[in-house]
Design a protein around this ligand. Structure first.
Ligand SMILES: C[S@@+](CC[C@H](N)C(=O)[O-])C[C@H]1O[C@@H](n2cnc3c(N)ncnc32)[C@H](O)[C@@H]1O
Length: 281
């Protein structure tokens, strides 16, 4: 699976950890913003198969109109199925197959005024130029932004330590800075949320951030399933970045998977959620 195309199985697996991690205070801020506007037209960027909308719809009181934007039509078709019960409750959900490199929020806004631009687990893929252009578009239309589950580079293996854990973490974070296809140039990876905060503030928005950590306790079946995927990804990224150390990383991989399966280690993966809105007059 490339960095641009995500498998539905992985997105479904992480849904529980995502939803448990999210910061509820920022939901309240978004809810208050929408209540003041008396309307809830929401764009979800990189919506995948609907994790973000599935989580947020029950939090945002009024009837909502969602545009789910992604370049993967199969994921969007799944999103429509996942969200069908919410559509039956009166929320309006529409998919838009679109490459985010070609997104023009102002065009959408002309026909359908946007109140909130949201996204989950997306911005680590973004380059600085793409992010700058997006923040400018959001500010231009004076919408609020709720951008959540932005990886912040902190992860930790709880319990039995291994001397290579830190080397692997740093190699993974460096791997995240490779070009991922959202804009030109290298991806921001764990720096994305800091850049987004800086950009919004420089354009007169007020910004709040909160951490949202996946906490995967040692020994549970869920931790084993998530941990298998995470350790695999960290190992592959480290081998890509430092191929001359791949023999040692292979030993690390076996050690960590064994410890995971024996319930000796838990995992924490850090994210930062961001909410931004125009400063009140
Ligand atoms: C990590 S997934 C997150 C999906 C969803 N927001 C969630 O929280 O489960 C990133 C999403 O961004 C989409 N994506 C990546 N690059 C894209 C691009 N250039 N244009 C449109 N969508 C893109 C992928 O198809 C995928 O659905």
């Amino acid at each position: 699976m490339s960095d641009l195309w995500f498998d539905a199985e992985w997105l479904s697996l992480r849904r529980r950890a995502d939803h448990q991690a999210r910061d509820t205070l920022l939901n309240e801020e978004a809810n208050y913003w929408l209540a003041q506007r008396g309307r809830a037209n929401i764009v979800d960027l990189g919506a995948g198969h609907g994790n973000n909308a599935q989580y947020l719809i029950p939090w945002l009181g009024q009837a909502q109109h969602w545009r789910l934007v992604d370049h993967d039509s199969k994921l969007l078709a799944q999103a429509e199925k996942v969200l069908a019960p919410m559509a039956e409750e009166g929320h309006h959900i529409q998919s838009l197959v679109c490459d985010l490199n070609a997104l023009n929020l102002e065009d959408i806004h002309q026909q359908w005024p946007i109140d909130l631009v949201t996204a989950s687990a997306l911005f680590d893929l973004a380059s600085l130029s793409w992010l700058e252009a997006l923040v400018e578009q959001v500010v231009e239309i004076q919408a609020a932004a709720l951008w959540v589950l932005n990886v912040n580079g902190h992860w930790k293996i709880e319990g039995h330590k291994h001397p290579l854990d830190e080397t692997i973490r740093q190699a993974f974070n460096a791997h995240q800075r490779r070009h991922k296809g959202l804009g030109d140039g290298s991806a921001l990876g764990p720096m994305a949320v800091h850049e987004a905060m800086r950009l919004f503030k420089s354009l007169g928005y007020q910004v709040q951030t909160r951490t949202s950590v996946w906490t995967l306790l040692a020994g549970s079946a869920y931790t084993k399933a998530m941990g298998f995927r995470l350790i695999n990804g960290w190992h592959q990224a480290a081998c890509d970045m430092l191929p001359d150390q791949s023999d040692a990383f292979d030993v690390w991989f076996v050690d960590r998977q064994t410890a995971l399966n024996q319930g000796q280690i838990g995992l924490e993966v850090g994210h930062t959620d961001l909410y931004a809105e125009p400063l009140a007059d």
